[in-house]
Design a protein around this ligand. Structure first.
Ligand SMILES: [Cu+2]
Length: 140
């Protein structure tokens, strides 16, 4: 038995709607993998171990200071520096270098406009990721 034509039309309509919705998800494309979101006070915890950060993507909200609690779980020294983008021409903030195990520092960034920023360990540049700032830009 074949589907009635109106059913097929409805199905096609739903597919088109889904495609249209995914197309307006935003101008910044988050990197693969889940982003770790900041909490209600726009604070996030980031750790380093085995020469890796605990996440390659942090998601924060616009209009509030962004606080990164950084803990180094190993004996190799690490820090966190945040830049406008991966060209690293414009630095937004940089933490102290901490040498673990279990040494912590806090990096507070001023509120940022929506967009995708870049963070890395300045000692081990292979340790890096994206900071995605979401929300509507404040009125000028
Ligand atoms: Cu490092």
């Amino acid at each position: 038995m074949t589907q009635p034509p109106q059913r097929a039309g409805l199905f096609l309509g739903l597919v088109l709607l889904l495609v249209a919705c995914s197309g307006i998800a935003g101008s910044t494309k988050p990197p693969a993998g889940a982003c770790v979101r900041t909490d209600a006070s726009n604070t996030v915890t980031l750790t380093a171990n085995n020469l890796q950060f605990s996440t390659a993507c942090i998601e924060a909200v616009v209009g509030k200071s962004i606080v990164i609690h950084f803990t180094n779980q190993e004996a190799a020294p690490h820090d966190v520096a945040v830049y406008k983008n991966s060209s690293k021409k414009q630095q937004i903030g940089r933490s102290d270098i901490v040498t673990g195990p279990n040494a912590s520092t806090t990096l507070t960034l001023p509120p940022q406009l929506p967009g995708q920023y870049y963070f890395e360990c300045t000692i081990h540049t292979a340790m890096n990721g994206s900071l995605v700032v979401r929300g509507d830009a404040p009125a000028p």
